[in-house]
Design a protein around this ligand. Structure first.
Ligand SMILES: [Zn+2]
Length: 301
């Protein structure tokens, strides 16, 4: 069970400023400069929402939902740095900001302290609902918090966090299991595609088979939590922050390398372990939890 996060001051949202950027200010790479920004303070986190003309309503919607996202993310600790959410006016602008092209399904891209978000008004004819925005921002900001807990601004891209872990953790954090393939669906996929490995080859399959990659990532993290305890993912992040790369951090917490773990999970799927109910629990190598140093809700960093 996760430890309750420490008591915090009551949730407070401060509409600190709405500003119009002056012509000639610094640009975001090839992106147009933001026309305006809204600052939001919630719990211990600080967010800046930047937007272009026409997205004032989207910026308000994002700002409104951020305090609820922050509440949900407390289980993973606290942000070490402010996060800027940049609302991109079109899908093409998002792909340009993310430097990922021909990903029609992409809606956002997170880095250490930024989230590029396709304007919610463009997600569908009616735009995004608050529930959809809450879910997606919880997912994306889990990435930011994960990077900030595991690393610093200068080395977060060099920690070697594999796709299955970073997407699985964000998906579990955002409660997206209802929309992911189940273990049984993955079992069917593996039977039909015996030469494919959606964990080891996740990067290669990501663009064209996103459903199975995200589903496998989600279920693998669920398996990790069920087998090694809810504190295990946070403990891995903390080990990384102490200086380890992902592989060494994972091995030091779980007791086997991440590739061996992935094989263990895929064996569980192939051998239909999911039909039997609960996953057999094993002890992680290091003490984690309320008495250890890596509890998921631990904010002593
Ligand atoms: Zn993600």
């Amino acid at each position: 069970m996760c430890r309750r996060p420490p008591a915090r001051p009551p949730l407070r949202v401060a509409w600190l400023a709405v500003s119009v950027a002056a012509a000639g200010c610094a640009t975001l790479g090839r992106q147009a400069p933001p026309a305006g920004s809204v600052e939001v303070q919630a719990g211990g986190a600080f967010f800046v929402v930047q937007f272009q003309p026409g997205d004032e309503g989207s910026a308000r919607d994002v700002a409104k939902v951020l305090p609820r996202v922050e509440e949900r993310l407390r289980r993973w600790g606290t942000f070490r740095a402010p996060v800027t959410v940049r609302i991109q006016p079109t899908h093409e602008a998002l792909e340009e900001a993310a430097k990922r092209y021909d990903y029609a399904w992409l809606r956002a891209w997170a880095r250490f302290d930024t989230v590029d978000l396709q304007s919610p008004r463009t997600w569908s004819l009616l735009g995004a609902s608050q529930a959809q925005l809450l879910e997606l921002l919880t997912h994306e900001l889990t990435h930011c918090l994960m990077y900030q807990r595991a690393a610093d601004a200068g080395n977060w891209t060099r920690k070697g966090i594999p796709l299955w872990f970073r997407e699985g953790l964000a998906s579990v954090s955002a409660g997206q299991g209802y929309r992911r393939p189940a273990d049984e669906d993955i079992w069917r996929y593996l039977k039909a595609n015996p030469d494919k490995d959606p964990v080891a080859d996740a990067e290669d399959l990501y663009q064209t088979e996103a459903d199975v990659v995200y589903g496998t990532a989600h279920r693998a993290v669920e398996f990790l939590v069920e087998r090694y305890g809810p504190e295990a993912p946070g403990a891995v992040l903390d080990r990384m922050h102490e200086g380890s790369g992902f592989d060494a951090a994972f091995r030091s917490v779980v007791g086997l390398g991440q590739k061996a773990f992935a094989r263990e999970y895929l064996r569980y799927v192939r051998w239909e372990g999911w039909r039997g109910g609960a996953v057999a629990r094993r002890s992680p190598l290091v003490p984690v939890g309320p008495q250890g140093t890596g509890a998921a809700g631990d904010t002593r960093r």
